[in-house]
Design a protein around this ligand. Structure first.
Ligand code: GRF
Length: 207
């Protein structure tokens, strides 16, 4: 049984999708806490509904990056965290935490990385950029987190078509359905120790 700490800034539909699979017993894990950079995001209501602890942590409360990282680390250690899941979390994770949780932090991105990723590519901006580029397909990517935004090893991607009459909103909805499918799949694989890193690539066993 793995202990998962979820970081999220907003709505929390990916948290919900993963937690659904945990509650049904499909993923051998528990969500030990939900951490946010926002004071009262909708994801907190969803977590509290399932009696999951929530923590609001504002970077600005801390004078130094080190104090901020230490505070986060203490919370993660208190819950014996095995896996950090970034489910719509808008801030960068401190480098020290990335080092301590190397290949144990997952992120979902609503495009086919390495395209349309990096700082500034979040929310509807991602889908606006895809439409502007006139790409014929988009999709979602689950990847390991490293020190750079949207840069870590890609674990799983799936595609959707971009339709001629798409708006950022309709495209986001289509991509979100993929996110809710592939993110729980990858979390499950991690919790069942089926993710292997080989020659700087990632393989999911038994899929
Ligand atoms: C998703 O589109 C995800 O890809 C991105 O942020 C959004 C979060 O949505 N990283 P939700 O809060 O999980 O509903």
């Amino acid at each position: 049984m793995k202990n998962i700490a979820v970081f999220a800034s907003g709505r929390g539909s990916n948290f919900q999708a993963i937690n659904k699979h945990i509650k049904s017993g499909d993923i051998p894990a528990r969500v030990v806490c939900v951490i946010s950079d926002k004071a009262n995001p909708p994801v907190f209501d969803k977590a509290q509904h399932d009696n999951i602890s929530t923590h609001y942590i504002n970077r600005k409360q801390f004078k130094k990056e080190q104090e901020y990282a230490d505070f986060l680390l203490r919370i993660l250690q208190k819950y014996n965290t095995d896996l950090i899941v970034l489910a719509g979390y808008l801030k960068l994770i401190p480098a020290e935490i990335v080092r301590k949780f190397r290949h144990a932090i997952l992120n979902i991105h609503p495009a086919l990385l390495p395209k349309f990723g990096g700082k500034g590519y979040y929310g509807s901006r991602v889908h606006e950029a895809v439409l502007k580029a006139d790409d014929k397909e988009s999709g979602a990517t689950v990847h390991f987190v490293d020190e750079i935004y949207d840069n870590g090893l890609i674990i799983k991607q799936d595609k959707v078509p971009v339709k001629p009459d798409d708006t950022p909103h309709t495209l986001a909805d289509r991509v979100l359905k993929v996110e809710h499918r592939i993110f729980p799949e990858v979390v499950k694989a991690f919790c069942e120790d089926r993710i292997q890193i080989k020659n700087n690539g990632v393989e999911i066993k038994d899929e």
